[in-house]
Design a protein around this ligand. Structure first.
Ligand code: ATP
Ligand code: MG
Length: 437
């Protein structure tokens, strides 16, 4: 991808225009990391870019952004630009084309504000980004307060970059975030969801969440998580502190490259605890997994999760307490669970949950991991003996909730190894229907 990006820069320069890699691309290159994408800037205007490069798509022509498609990769090629006023706290009212220096000054953080010429291998740095990168400092370009007011998502972007890149805030940065926390309400649910996902998938998600809470932002965008603060846990099993502390530790125990579902499931797995907290023989949270799953449904609607993401998360949270029973189950029933599409994610949720607990105890996780690896090979996924359609045809029942109930019973009987064949399943349904009131 880097070579292709270099080719594009070269073609623009051959026609007499200035051109560089820009922004996050340069930051990642200087950090010795492979950039996710190569963003290119140039003095060529959108029409000129389209003339010079083959296979372009005018994705943001008004803002000076043209997509170049080459060798199976997409490259954003943007004309040096400066932003006019941001009256909505989201995007500039207009842009005008200008020089590299002004383009650097409109960017968010100094570490994201540099250019790099891949042909001469020189960095073009108008914002002292190299210095801040070396000293591991996250600093807004210009006035922190003004930059946050311009684009309110920068509240979260600041917390993300600081934590995912192991930086420290420059003086005044955190105060500017705190003082403007209310502005997060102007940001769309989609952008918040996307930014939170990046925070959860990056380094130090626990610390990032702590800072979101400290700045008063968590209370606004995810009050269900803020509510975990101060919710006590039984001292004997959880020496780490309250439920909030348990969640932060669990997040920091996520594996290297977690799936989006897993990361969110770890964040939300105990979200039902505040509402189910009770004290009997000890502190208990009866039904917290089910309650949590319900709350995940509400959160998913608010943050606009896709249907698939919402249903996966609800399943993971609803089932996060059942793994304790798995070892005691019959073989066929174990196989049923192990063959669930999200079983591995559920297991990884258990691992993060256990590592987020003091004292740490991975014995259940280890046993289940071994079991799942054996069972995966030994037992095929339980066969579907009867479909809803067959039941309707065979017994003349109309579509409705009864079909689902019968299917559940068939499935259960199959897991308990009472029935194994289609004939047995039909006979079983016949018996259910005969006993019907
Ligand atoms: P990542 O791709 O890891 O999310 P990035 O730094 O590449 O991080 P992008 O959102 O891809 O971020 O944006 C590319 C560059 O555009 C940034 O490095 C920054 O220079 C600039 N930029 C992006 N979003 C903003 C913003 N909200 N305000 C100012 N500049 C921005
Ligand atoms: Mg990027």
């Amino acid at each position: 991808m880097e070579n292709t990006a270099l080719e594009i820069v070269k073609e623009l320069k051959d026609k007499g225009f200035e051109s560089y890699f820009a922004g996050g691309t340069v930051r990642d290159l200087l950090l010795g990391k492979a950039p996710k994408d190569y963003d290119i800037v140039t003095s060529a205007k959108p029409e000129e870019i389209e003339d010079i490069l083959e296979h372009t798509i005018p994705i943001g022509k008004k803002f000076g952004v043209i997509l170049a498609v080459r060798n199976g990769h997409n490259f954003e090629v943007a004309t040096f630009r400066s932003d006019a006023a941001y009256s909505d706290g989201r995007r500039p009212d207009a842009v005008y084309f200008t020089d590299p220096k002004e383009d650097a000054l409109r960017r968010d953080f100094t570490i994201n504000g540099m250019f790099y010429d891949p042909m001469t291998k020189k960095v073009l740095d108008f914002v002292d980004g190299q210095e801040d990168l070396k000293n591991k400092t996250l600093r807004f370009i210009g006035d922190s307060h003004e930059r946050i007011v311009e684009d309110n998502l920068r509240l979260l972007r600041a917390i993300r970059f600081k934590n995912s890149l192991d930086l420290e805030y420059a003086p005044g940065t955190l105060d500017a975030i705190k003082n403007n926390k209310e502005l997060i309400q102007n940001v769309s649910a989609e952008r918040i969801q996307d930014e939170l996902t990046k925070i959860l998938l990056g380094k130090n998600p626990g610390q990032a969440l702590r800072e979101m809470s400290g700045a008063g932002i968590l209370q606004i965008i995810l009050p269900e998580a803020e509510a975990l603060k101060g919710v006590k846990q039984p001292e004997l099993y959880h020496k780490e502190g309250d439920v909030f502390e348990h969640i932060l530790m669990s997040l920091d125990a996520l594996p290297e490259k977690p799936s989006t579902e897993l990361a969110w499931a770890v964040l939300l797995h105990d979200i039902g605890k505040p509402q189910t907290y009770s004290v009997s023989d000890r502190i208990r949270y009866n039904g917290h997994a089910e309650k949590g799953s319900e709350l995940v449904g509400e959160i998913g609607k608010r943050l606009k999760f896709s249907n698939e993401m919402a249903s996966n998360l609800k399943w993971l949270v609803a089932h996060h307490m059942m793994l304790g029973d798995l070892l005691k189950m019959k073989k066929a029933r174990q196989a049923h669970w192990i063959h669930q599409p999200l079983f591995n994610e559920l297991l990884e949720l258990l691992r993060a949950d256990a590592l987020g607990t003091k004292p740490k105890d991975l014995s259940l996780y280890n046993e289940l991991k071994k079991l799942s690896e054996e069972k995966e090979l030994l037992l095929p996924s339980p066969e579907i003996l009867l479909t809803g359609k067959e039941i309707m045809e065979e017994f003349g029942i109309k579509e409705g909730p009864e079909i689902g109930e019968i299917l559940d019973k068939v499935h259960h009987a199959q897991m308990e190894e009472h029935i194994r064949t289609k004939e047995e399943a039909l006979k079983f349904v016949q018996e259910i229907l005969e006993k019907r009131p």
